[in-house]
Design a binder for this molecule. Structure first.
Ligand SMILES: [Ca+2]
Ligand SMILES: [Ca+2]
Ligand SMILES: [Ca+2]
Length: 415
């Protein structure tokens, strides 16, 4: 495709018509779970890794594996974190967590389907004013928000001093948080706590308890693996979305540190979820895991090489994991609006009120079309800066007109 302008004027036209289709809007993505929802997991890895179709997966990227799919794929890359978080420390670079070591996507209380904006997560180290023992979510701007502070947990656990790093997380139906620590510590209430213990915190009462000790988890792992080798650290906690059974991953041995285990029946590897199922191309440890109860499609992943660009200059956006042979329409905006529900998985939408808004490809261009692998590239020209400004952030996002949902967002700085 030749380089064509993203015409600012085009954005002022409403309801662009699409060849063979109707009016579109990012708000109109098909959502909701299929009738019998397949089981799928979201996970994070502890160090840089590689998948069959994703040559780079960082420790902050969320990957997705669906029951019966041949391999895992990236679902929420570093650039999507950057698009949501924005520039937290004012250095003109959009920020992202160094690593995610605990993860859950619980159902919403209001009955809407959960989206990735409902994620609960913990970082693997302190950063941007947040601690590695905080349980975080997203606020209405997409920025990190503490759901439970590390200091609250330290107090609730009765720790004499020091902090904690949460490295596994699973919100229970009764509102309590099941979690695990990255390092053992001493509790006034519970005595010695191990990094393989499963702990619980009930925010309504402020009480903590030990759900299972490391020794008990060791018995499950021992039966599952047929080996008495110590499993080391408990790295993640989840529940099966259909059966509700407890699921977890472990640190050792490395041949099983991406295997999903259950305590059911005294301890087994979850059928179909052994380490090989992910198809990691290098030795990889899963250190955060959840099995959402609400459907979240594999939506298209947007990426670009440069995060800082001059206005009105050529640039390229790439797309992958979209529906094959599908038409794609996108929007870009200098003001980002977050929509939390009804978006078929990812409730962020870019067209803001005020600022500069535009469609891309523009109304004069044919929509992007994905190839048989669900990939496409778009060569465009960056928009001009809003009047009276010398720099601006621009958010990009697009809609798969073939029903693949809304892409991950992308934020670029123009200056
Ligand atoms: Ca920054
Ligand atoms: Ca953590
Ligand atoms: Ca642990």
């Amino acid at each position: 495709m030749s380089i064509q302008s993203l015409l600012l004027l085009a954005c002022l036209q409403t309801s662009p018509s699409v060849p063979g289709g109707g009016a579109i809007g990012l708000e109109s993505a098909a959502g909701g779970p299929p009738r019998s929802m397949p089981v799928f997991a979201l996970a994070s890895v502890s160090a840089d890794s590689r998948l069959r179709q994703d040559p780079f997966v960082g420790p902050q990227g969320l990957i997705r594996l669906e029951d019966g799919e041949p391999w895992a794929k990236i679902q929420f890359p570093q650039q999507a974190w950057q698009a949501l978080w924005g520039d937290l420390d004012g250095d003109t670079w959009a920020d992202y967590p160094q690593g995610i070591d605990a993860l859950d996507l619980p159902p919403r209380a209001d009955g809407h389907s959960a989206t990735l904006l409902d994620l609960l997560y913990s970082m693997d180290r302190d950063g941007f004013g947040w601690k590695d023992g905080d349980i975080l979510g997203f606020d209405s701007y997409g920025q990190p928000l503490a759901v439970v502070y590390e200091d609250t947990l330290v107090q609730a656990l009765g720790l004499a001093s020091g902090g904690i790093d949460i490295d596994a997380l699973c919100l229970q139906e009764d509102g309590s948080y099941w979690f695990s620590l990255r390092d053992g510590t001493q509790s006034t209430f519970h005595g010695g706590l191990e990094d393989g213990d499963i702990l619980s915190y009930q925010p309504n009462t402020g009480l903590t308890s030990v759900i299972a000790t490391e020794a008990e988890v060791q018995v499950w792992v021992q039966q599952a693996r047929g080996s008495s080798q110590a499993f080391g650290d408990l790295k993640s906690l989840a529940r099966h979305p259909h059966t509700g059974v407890l699921l977890f991953t472990i640190q050792s041995p490395s041949s099983d540190d991406a295997t999903v285990f259950t305590n059911q029946g005294g301890g087994f590897a979850l059928n179909g979820w052994e380490e090989g199922a992910w198809k990691f191309q290098v030795s990889t440890e899963v250190d955060a895991l959840c099995f959402p109860q609400d459907w979240c499609p594999q939506y298209p992943i947007l990426s670009t090489d440069l995060s800082h660009l001059a206005p009105s200059t050529p640039f390229q956006i790439r797309l992958k994991h979209a529906t094959p042979f599908s038409l794609m329409r996108g929007r870009a905006a200098s003001v980002q609006t977050i929509r939390r529900s009804g978006q078929g998985g990812l409730g962020v939408a870019t067209p803001g009120i005020g600022g500069v808004r535009l469609h891309w490809p523009s109304a004069q261009e044919y929509p992007m079309t994905t190839d048989r692998d669900g990939m496409a590239t778009y060569d465009g020209v960056t928009p001009p800066l809003p009047a009276g400004t010398s720099s601006a952030w621009f958010s990009f996002q697009l809609l798969d007109l073939g029903g693949g949902g809304i892409s991950t967002p992308l934020r670029i700085r123009l200056e």
